[in-house]
Write a protein that binds this ligand. Sequence first.
Ligand code: ZN
Length: 121
Amino acid sequence: MEMNPLEQALHSARALVMADLVAGDVADAEIVSLVEDAVTHRRWWVEQWPDGAGFVAGLIAQDVQDALLERYGRWPLCPVCEDGPHALDVEPELGPDPQWVCTKAAVRVAPVGGLGGVLRR
Ligand SMILES: [Zn+2]
């Protein structure tokens, strides 16, 4: 059975965010369940607003980032700035093709799902 476009968008968003968590070495079981919670929440959201299907990767990345901040701390840490560790931001907050950016140095660090190439472990 083929996945419908909404499930496909959620599936790919989940894979991208998981790849970034693995890259940062924070993908333990509890954190994976945070991702599942975010996907479940955004499934509801995108069912209400199917036009937003292209935005779920950026939204799930931010949901997971917020959930991690409460339980684990800032994530993902900026690999660009040497002094004063801070977290990267997702831009656009609500839009397609989400990127991790450092707002301090005003640089694009990697697309969501692409932190594996840039994060220091
Ligand atoms: Zn930075």
